[in-house]
Design a protein around this ligand. Sequence first.
Ligand SMILES: [Zn+2]
Length: 404
Amino acid sequence: MITKDKTTVYSKPLKESIAIDRMMFKFEGNDSAPTMVFFGGVHGNETAGVFALREALGQIEQDKIAIHGSIYAIAGNLKALEKGQRFIDTDLNRMWTLHQINALKQKTTLNVEEQEQLEIYRLLEDILSSKEGPVYFTDLHTTSSKTLPFITINDAMINRKFSLMFPVPIVLGIEEYLEGPLLSYINELGYVSLGFESGQHYQKNAVLNSIAFINLALVFSGIVKQDDVPDYEKYKDYLTKQSKNISNIFEVIYLHNLEENESFEMQLGYKSFEPIKKGNVLALSNNKEIASKYNARIFMPLYQKKGKEGFFIIRKINPFFLKLSQVLRHCNAENFLTVFPGITWNDTNQNTLKVNTVIAKYFAKPIFHLLGYRSKRVNQNYLILNNREKVSRTQIYKNEFWNK
Ligand SMILES: [Zn+2]
């Protein structure tokens, strides 16, 4: 039998090294009970999730807490984790398009991250092939700037409802700006999937926030009983405090994408979620100042060399629109859309809309967002919109208490 070498991962804030396998933790219960799949270290310099998974799941094991279902903890980019860098050849969290996954299966030579992706893909296939109960995915990350802990989701109702259980802010719509994050792929398979950004890469609270989040996620999914987690209330209070009592839903309204060879430097001192005003200088791009066009909040400003997103801008969503979108989706309001000129179905299953933005210019993106669509511009004249609700496996979650 071949035994694979373990990967050594170092935590700067904890000043500690651990040796891990790809599958860091596995407990398999009844296939009709809930399953939680955690990812940590999909970016190799983001070790907080890896350390938190080891600590939190190790504690559950040590305390012999009953597990009602299955738990898997998967380490992401092993090669990059070993080196403590975001990635080696390509960003493992930008490779999960159907096109790339299909190509991957045909390839004979793989770069470092393609090898990692293939191994993770096979694990996912294995896990999902047997499960009949609700399946949850959470992906643990950290950011280069200081930040409150927050959840990112694709805005399907199942994601929104499950996320609202956690006492942290929720940010919608990042996936419209990114190509190929792991969770977007899993969302397209119809499962609940949450990204959790726990803090700045090298701060200890990023580990502590993740430990609290992991425990709450296991309780909210029903895999672990609330009464069996002695520190449940402590975890909840801790995350509430770390989030400064902000638990609203925000949406991304702008991304400054970095061009090839662009020299980019954030102004020092911006923290994610910090309010900004129109005209505030945010960054220098090729030695020119970039000023904010919005009164809103800065989000995930880039303070490291690797990465293609300079900064995002987010805005709080009015609770009225959140409620409205829930009602509209519940009554399948999108079925009326194709009576308007310039809007047609893009496929026979009526999952995707094709919108001619020249003809249908009266329809703004927010209307599609309300109805649960995510948009991708294919060219100057066309938007392709995927309906997140239609692919959601709503049935498998219908009896879960958070979904009532
Ligand atoms: Zn990350």
